[in-house]
Design a protein around this ligand. Structure first.
Ligand code: ATP
Length: 254
């Protein structure tokens, strides 16, 4: 099997006459936390919808786990958990009840609810109604929903959107734990570059529907430093942030 969990080949997409993605060839390594980064409107959600088969391309190939999404969608999606922006939750039900409904709909094992609650750190709050949850708790519950069925791949669209710094930190440590302790491959989109650089192993940077960079995060820093002649700081680490890099790449390409 391919070492890449997600692969696309020159993916393109247009809404009517409006071309919003061009030549997006992604390779997402197994076990990575893959940051899909770009400003609002750059094409992240459209790409994610294509990966999940929610919208269709013409001919370009999208493979997940080495299998073409065309023709294998159901068997592939059984191995994928997804959260697209704000999770759909029933506020008048408890966290546990929300999960139980989704578990039944997905025919997942009964013990899954307790397991995913533990994974996202919501066990103690499981019997509270969701309307009393903070935004961060709702996002964690959304991730718990995505984890039902024990997927190998998580696809998360802007999971830290709208969260305060503490909520963002919680999601960050959760994603690192899901990757390192539970072996999930995580594809996560965001426009919060400074946040993402603290957790991702690999990145793709998209701007106006074009891919500007893809590869391990260390390679991005190296490429950037070579490009502008920046010098690593005294500790040998990169002195630049993803924000700097992004500005440099986008200015260069406009
Ligand atoms: N249903 C649609 N019909 C027409 N244009 C659309 C539609 N959905 C998105 N677009 C346009 O496609 C482009 C890419 O949008 P997309 O939502 O994929 O970007 P994004 O990077 O996810 O942005 P955001 O972070 O704001 O969600 C934008 O210019 C957007 O206005």
């Amino acid at each position: 099997m391919s070492a890449y969990i997600i692969q696309t080949d020159r993916l393109a997409y247009a809404y009517g006459e409006r071309q919003v993605l061009q030549n997006i060839s992604l390779q997402v390594p197994a076990g990575s936390i893959f940051g899909f980064l770009g400003p609002n409107g750059s094409g992240k959600t459209t790409t994610i919808r294509l990966l999940l088969g929610l919208i269709q391309t013409g001919k370009q190939r999208i493979t997940l786990f080495g299998q073409d999404i065309n023709g294998n969608r159901l068997s592939i999606l059984r191995r994928v958990g997804a959260l697209i922006e704000i999770p759909t939750l029933y506020p008048h039900l408890t966290g546990q009840q929300n999960l139980e409904i989704a578990r039944l709909a997905r025919n997942a094992d009964r013990d899954q609810v307790g397991k995913v609650l533990r994974m996202v750190g919501l066990t103690d709050d499981a019997s509270l109604k969701v309307k009393g949850y903070s935004l961060g708790m709702r996002q964690r519950l959304g991730i718990a929903l995505a984890l039902l069925g024990d997927p190998d791949l998580l696809i998360l669209d802007e999971p830290t959107n709208g969260l305060d710094p503490a909520g963002i930190r919680e999601i960050r440590s959760l994603l690192i734990e899901l990757s390192q302790e539970h072996g999930k491959t995580i594809f996560v989109s965001s426009h919060l570059l400074s946040e993402m650089e603290k957790m991702v192993t690999d990145v793709a940077i998209i701007h106006n529907g074009h891919l500007l960079f893809q590869g391990p995060i260390g390679g991005l820093y190296q490429a950037y430093q070579l490009r502008i002649g920046a010098v690593p700081n005294l500790h040998g680490h990169s002195a630049v942030t993803l924000e700097d890099i992004f500005l440099n790449l986008t200015n260069a390409s406009i």
